[in-house]
Write a new protein. Structure first.
Length: 99
């Protein structure tokens, strides 16, 4: 048919490799989610659902930074000090202004 134009083929979306994806900066939401997964795995039943929610809120406002909190709990696990770090987190949650 004369005058009809063919649509250009759609360009495939770029998908980064696993190595490239690992180097991409994470959003705050992703950083908080990673930290919470680590913390919940290590602390398990030491905190209530409400306390985990409050901790998540603290991490969202980056007080403390998500990575720092996860590292603190991981180090406490390695040193056999989960009860002490749990007490510290509970004290921090209780005193953290989330306004």
């Amino acid at each position: 048919m004369k005058g009809s134009s063919e649509a250009a083929p759609a360009k495939a979306a770029y998908m980064p490799t696993l190595m490239e994806a690992a180097e991409l900066p994470l959003s705050l939401e992703e950083r908080v989610e990673r930290a919470m997964k680590t913390i919940q795995f290590l602390l398990r039943e030491r905190l209530s659902t409400r306390e985990y929610a409050l901790l998540r809120a603290c991490l969202i406002v980056q007080k403390p930074a998500p990575e720092k909190a996860a590292k603190l709990v991981s180090q406490a696990k390695a040193q056999g000090q989960l009860d002490q770090v749990t007490d510290e987190l509970l004290h921090y949650i209780a005193s953290a202004p989330l306004n």
